[in-house]
Design a protein around this ligand. Structure first.
Ligand code: ADP
Length: 258
């Protein structure tokens, strides 16, 4: 259930009373989610067609553009791509959240998943002059490999995005008898204490300009949290402003894996 707590006060016979109000907003949230995914779905078709038109313009088949025309077109393409990314993320989040897509569980070596995520993010790290250090842990666990790699690449991408050139980003894992914990650590700008919880909610960003400047959608961590929770795990972050952040993903080891 989604409960919204608020505080109000009333004055009765000169005495002031505090009121704690609890509203059940489960149905409101459900309708909100349904509306968002319906709108996103409707936006995807015209947007994909718009992207096709822009690509055709840029291909030169309809004649060559001036240098200025090409620059304007590039801005259009960049923004259309951002919108498509946003819509795909909204639909992905909604499908995972509502359980419409189930996790495709199979036995995998964690080391392979960590290596795959690192390889996918290597060129972004090189482009930002960040040293990416991964210490793969060889251990079998039952997970949806694509979704766990998606979670790790998301965390690595954030770590790179919010770091400075020449910083290091590293990924490590350790195991206990019943779980494994993968940590992605950076030396970047950090997250203020009061936002440590909220950044895992959709569209929550530390800085309102993060989406525009860093090209994000504000949905990555919400998607990560849903994927991890669908695996029966949890995700959290420890951070110190201007020193860095460490995101932890804890996944249970199933009985057959232990
Ligand atoms: P985005 O697409 O904006 O990266 P996310 O949901 O992945 O969306 O992250 C939400 C916000 O959390 C980011 O916009 C940023 O403000 C903050 N954040 C996430 N990871 C980090 C990090 N490693 N260091 C600092 N801030 C971060």
């Amino acid at each position: 259930k989604n409960i919204l707590l608020s505080v109000d006060h009333i004055d009765l016979n000169g005495t002031s009373y505090a009121l704690l109000i609890a509203n059940d907003i489960t149905e409101r949230k459900r309708l909100e989610n349904e509306f968002i995914s319906l709108v996103s779905h409707e936006l995807r078709t015209p947007l994909t067609s718009m992207m096709g038109s822009l690509d055709l313009l840029g291909s030169g088949q309809l004649g060559n553009l001036t240098e200025q025309g090409q620059q304007v077109l590039n801005i259009g393409i960049k923004n259309a791509e951002r919108l498509i990314r946003l819509i795909n993320d909204i639909l992905d989040l909604e499908r995972i959240r509502s359980g419409k897509i189930t996790m495709n569980l199979r036995s995998c070596n964690l080391a392979d998943l960590m290596t795959q995520a690192t390889e996918e993010m290597q060129s972004m790290a090189n482009g930002s002059n960040i040293q990416l250090i991964t210490e793969p842990l060889s251990l079998f666990l039952t997970v949806d490999p694509d979704r766990i790699v998606q979670t790790l690449t998301n965390l690595l991408s954030n770590a790179i995005k919010f770091s400075q050139p020449n910083n290091q980003v590293w990924m490590q894992a350790r195991s206990t008898i019943s779980s494994i914990c993968i940590s992605v650590c950076d030396q970047g700008r950090g997250i203020p204490a009061h936002q440590i919880q909220t950044i895992f909610e959709r569209f929550q960003q530390v800085d309102a300009s993060d989406a525009r400047q860093k090209g994000g959608t504000g949905l990555g961590l919400a998607i990560c949290r849903n994927i991890v929770e669908q695996h029966g795990g949890r995700i959290w972050v420890e951070s110190i402003v201007n020193q860095g952040s460490t995101f932890h993903v804890e996944l249970p080891l199933s009985d057959e894996t232990i």
